[in-house]
Design a protein around this ligand. Sequence first.
Ligand code: AMP
Length: 525
Amino acid sequence: MGKTIGIDLGTTNTCVAAMLSGKPFVIPSSTGNRLIPSYLAVTPDEKLLVGVRAKRQSITNPKGTVFAAKRLIGRRYDSEEVKIAKEKMPYEIVSGPHGDVRVVCGGRQFSVPEISAAILLEAKSMAEKFLEDDIEGACITVPAYFNESQRQATIDAATIAGLKVLRIINEPTSSAIAYASKRGRKSELIAVYDLGGGTFDISILELGEGVYEVLSTAGDTYLGGQDIDGVIMNHLVEEFLRTNGVDLRQDMMAIQRMRDAVEQAKIDLSVQSEVTISLPFLTETTHGAVHYTHVLTRGKLEELASAMIERTMEICRSAIDRAHIAKENISEVILVGGQTRSPLVIRRVTEFFGKQPNRSINPDEVVAEGASIHAYNIVSPLPSNILVDITALSLGIQTKGGFFTEIVPRNTAIPVTRKRKFTTTYDNQEAVRISVYQGNEKLTKDTELLGEFVLSGIRLAKKGIPNIEVSFDMNGEGILQVTAKDADLGSEQSVVLEAKSGLTNDEIASMRSRMTSLELELKDQ
Ligand code: AMP
């Protein structure tokens, strides 16, 4: 029997862990790195690079390097998130054949699951080398707010990488599993505050005897370390424009170098009170080369970042309200994500929750550790932990006027069954279309369409008279069955909704075979 692993497939970094002697263990690369940068690159001589090797060459090859692809996974090309990404990302984003997203990298087009697959492949190959065994399967983590298409696209990425998915689990649940494995068994309420490179989320969980129940979760998909880097960049670029009359935004290489230096300065400011950013030969002006130096203080960094950190506090407030608990009853606050190492975050979290966050857990590794424990439990004959997950997004149907009418509200524990009565909108209406959506907005155009079907043979009557009962059944794995029934006649129609990632099975199969050369290369390294 092969080994199982847990993979935290992150926006910025990916981490892989396995159980060794009954304990979760983070697997290092052959050069000792415990995190894989979530980067893919195509070099000018058309070689594929992943992880640290891809990140290292990103400054000189911005058009041939993709990062933060997790922001695009399972998204439709016409969605708001993709519009934002098109403005923010240095690489080109185009529409795929099914309205999905394709990324142009080094002149080649990649689907987003393919990019994630390359990173998963690196994780799998690191684990195989370290454990000297085959990998039987993996638990892969996703943000709690990921919708069904994003989860399915992550499963597709694993399929392209030739990796069997034991289960997709929510990142905060995974952190809670890792935390619970380190403490004695007791019942308590915990908060998981996760501020990574690209996103923020907060989850409130109740831990019992081997049971993890998520009471609420909330977040912002555009609030993370990279956004803090972004405000510092804007500040420095504007200042450069004022003093040198040169807009660095026109010089891609200069911007890329500055972005790297800014991130490093921000990280250093977590332990130092000031740092000097020094970039010789940053750009050319009419007066010649400019050697850039700038002293950034922790005070200035905190001034620039404070609005973003305050926004995370507002989101914490709303998660606590939705969990219907008192803040004082939270016994532990777990910090996850590299950005939580910053003193400003630690200070504000301490003030907000009225207690010091738990510092005994490594914020970069806890999610992968929890996933490895869960993967091990799934295949081991020992009694496994029970995960009680929730629907982070509401589920409902479209009603007249394009409104999203909720049937299962967000933050409902699954498995769940909910029913709601509807009626017809005109006289002698024979059929109704049931369009099922997922999201937290008021209009369906702002939410995700999961599927549609028609209930025909409705009792002919004046509008508003027929009783149409729509029922939503979601099982513990998150599979949704929707049934519509004419309650008077008893006729019914139902569908099991299969999430669509944007790729067909044939495309996944051909992407899988395209990936094998990279797989062989990673094995040889
Ligand atoms: P993650 O997505 O969890 O890997 O988090 C990556 C983010 O954390 C990036 O934006 C990093 O710049 C940031 N980060 C990593 N280490 C530190 C640190 N020591 N202080 C502040 N931010 C950090």
